[in-house]
Design a protein around this ligand. Structure first.
Ligand code: ASP
Length: 423
């Protein structure tokens, strides 16, 4: 009795402890500055390492279990079709929001970025074309792909392994299936344990480090440009996706938001859909109430491929650069931006700053190249971190909406029927 009373107190609930940790991190970082950032930074790194440590075994066991239970027949094709359809629909809507924002607010007109502070681009691999993307999906060697966390290759191998297990004779299928099922259960337990023990400390450290090194200035720089992006991302997060949830899934968006608090906070503090993935899977299964059959399909692939926030950013960012340079992009060129922005968001890795790196694909497509463009992108990088935090939230939230909608369409009636956010 006493235990259940303590459990029900709001301040004991994990998501409130994480939210409080975030707030404390802001205050501690602002007050303690760089010395504090240096002393707590390692705790944030440790937290991200713990999350990354689980990604490969979690994704492998989750997908194999999910796909093997669906089998290779029409069920799998239908799930695949719905998943792709959802990714394309919401990423396209996001790009449209970006297009609308940049054309109405016009933040680049008259802005002088070339003389502002710039930063070096991080060294991330960029997928250049659809053919590259296809070739990247198939690994030369599964273990090498796993060692490098090449998500698309891991997903592909796990899907085909799941299919092949489902076609085995029972005496071979059963032991393999229970091996992967038990492995998946163990990974989920591990994820839950890491979140419970480490999330508040990790979030505190990540936010304190960010605030201690860049301060609130990071949120003010680039003025109108950052504001336009934040408005666009908020519009997609609070209007477009809730409408899609309501009309495609018949789901109450408020319930979904409340169930999703933990992955939202995690995406915000890590700026990485990849590092957030274990938390997303755990939450969408245990709180939103989606089956492993659907999450294993929609979430790992979504973390890599479905990036609404990044798609919006690619489109708005490129049109912003064109405005700064005084280049008028006609209807056809804007159309090229729309489609390459979609492609670039698919190619972007689920790690911090990936969105800014792939912007060169879109810039190239409309011939915006040269030293001046590089300078502007460098200036954008200087203020990218806070924007990255918001677009990662949108990326992760869209994946969770997809999982909930597809689960409902597959007849799962327990999805988002109540708020299950207690610790
Ligand atoms: N950081 C984002 C993510 O991991 C990608 C981006 O930079 O847009 O989802």
């Amino acid at each position: 009795m006493a235990v259940s009373n303590v459990r029900s107190r709001w301040y004991m609930q994990l998501h409130w402890r994480i939210a409080a940790a975030m707030l404390l991190g802001v205050i501690a970082g602002l007050v303690g500055g760089e010395p504090l950032a240096d002393s707590v930074g390692w705790l944030g790194t440790l937290f991200i390492k713990l999350l990354k440590m689980i990604i490969v075994p979690l994704v492998l066991t989750s997908i194999v279990t999910g796909v093997a239970s669906v089998g290779a027949g029409a069920g799998l094709g239908r799930l695949f079709g719905k998943t792709l359809g959802y990714y394309i629909l919401t990423s396209f809507l996001a790009v449209m929001v970006g297009l609308l924002m940049v054309n109405t607010i016009q933040p680049g007109v008259g802005a002088d970025l070339v003389s502002s502070e710039t930063e070096e681009m991080p060294d991330l691999t960029v997928i250049q074309s659809p053919v590259d993307l296809i070739l990247d999906i198939v690994p030369d060697n599964f273990f090498a792909a796993a060692a490098d966390t090449e998500m698309l290759a891991i997903i592909f191998f796990s899907i085909v392994l799941g299919i092949s297990i489902s076609t085995l004779k029972q005496n071979h299928r059963e032991p393999l299936l229970s091996f992967f099922e038990s492995g998946f259960a163990a990974m989920m337990k591990l994820t839950g344990g890491i979140i419970h023990i480490f999330a508040p400390i990790g979030v505190f450290a990540l936010i304190a480090k960010l605030m201690g090194t860049t301060g609130l200035g990071a949120f003010k720089a680039l003025g109108l440009y950052a504001l336009m992006l934040l408005c666009g991302l908020s519009l997609h997060l609070f209007i477009t996706l809730p409408l899609v949830l309501r009309f495609l899934g018949g789901i109450n968006p408020v319930t979904h938001f409340r169930n999703m608090v933990q992955p939202i906070v995690m995406a915000f503090s890590t700026s990485s859909s990849g590092a957030t993935l274990p938390v997303t899977i755990e939450t969408v299964e245990n709180k939103v109430g989606v089956s492993n059959r659907v999450t294993s399909f929609v979430l790992p692939m979504g973390a890599t491929v479905n990036m609404d926030g990044t798609a919006l950013y690619e489109c708005a960012g490129v049109l912003f650069i064109a405005q700064v340079m005084g280049v008028q992009l006609g209807f056809e060129q804007q159309l090229v931006v729309v489609f390459t922005a979609l492609l670039a968001s698919i190619g972007a890795a689920a790690v911090p700053s990936a969105g800014l790196v792939v912007i060169f694909i879109v810039l190239q497509a409309v011939n915006l190249t040269g030293p001046q463009v590089e300078l502007i992108v460098g200036a954008m990088l200087a203020v990218d971190r806070p924007l990255d935090m918001f677009r990662t939230v949108v990326n992760v939230f869209s994946d969770s909406c997809g999982a909930a909608i597809i689960a409902r369409s597959e007849g799962e009636t327990g999805v988002d029927v109540e708020v299950r956010n207690a610790a």
